[in-house]
Write a protein that binds this ligand. Sequence first.
Ligand code: C5P
Length: 298
Amino acid sequence: MVVRTPAKINLALLVGPRRSDGYHELASVYQAVSLYDEVTATSLPAGEISISVSGLGAEHVPVTEDNLAVRAASLLAEECAIDEGVALTIRKSIPVAGGMAGGSSDAAAALVACDALWGTELDREEMLAVAARLGSDVPFCVVGGTAVGSGHGELVTPALARGTYAWVLAFDPEGLSTPAVFSEFDRMLDDPELTASPTVPSDLMAALLAGNPVALGQALTNDLQPAALRLRPRLRRVLDFGTEHGALGSLVSGSGPTCVFLARDNDHAVDLAVTLSSSGLVSSVKPVSGPVPGARVI
Ligand code: C5P
């Protein structure tokens, strides 16, 4: 069973104060983009779960029971009382610790792959409930498209969105830890009351409804960006570079350090990617489009 699973970007990420369970209340607008990991699941005897990882950043991915894809397979087997094993093979193109839900996407893919392999046939609601227990971004990676996330990010509702958007992703050579960025956010927060109930911005939802890239570019927003910039100051120059070269909008994706630029169209995205890549500011760049579907058997 082979599953292709996308990276996500956050078009908006509004963050409230830390809750008593350690998570932050979020209002997020996710979009899945055309950068994919591939997860293959093949049968093993009962109780055996193995994992191997190749591709971009594979050396930073744990190949133990801590791997989120392994946890996804174990949880599914436990929930459905399945007496079968699985060998998971992950081919990575999504950067590790890049703010693009790479690990969560692999977990979503493992769920979808094992569900098909084992014939558990969870309905969508059951699948999303299992996904939510694995991580905040896992349910979105199952759903894909463009969606609003609430709770700590795990409650997803498809968004009314028109159009396809041309994005350029700029990768940093070194990942950023999501918990570290949230902790920096906590340190920088002056008045927790100000952001107690984050809500998605209405101008961004209107831009998506209209399919208007110019308005979307202006409405992109990320409350974690100041914290990511504090931890990785060189990203400021990357964001400025995109703006100087005609990006309709520039922001850090999620907890970073990947930077995202909205281009006018596909040609502009390629031009922007070439210029950015020769600037020496980033380790690599990739033009992508979104929205695309979530984790799917191919
Ligand atoms: O849900 P996930 O395991 O992907 O989250 C990783 C970490 O990011 C959490 O342990 C927490 O430190 C932080 N986080 C948070 N608030 C959220 C989502 C994640 O503080 N809404």
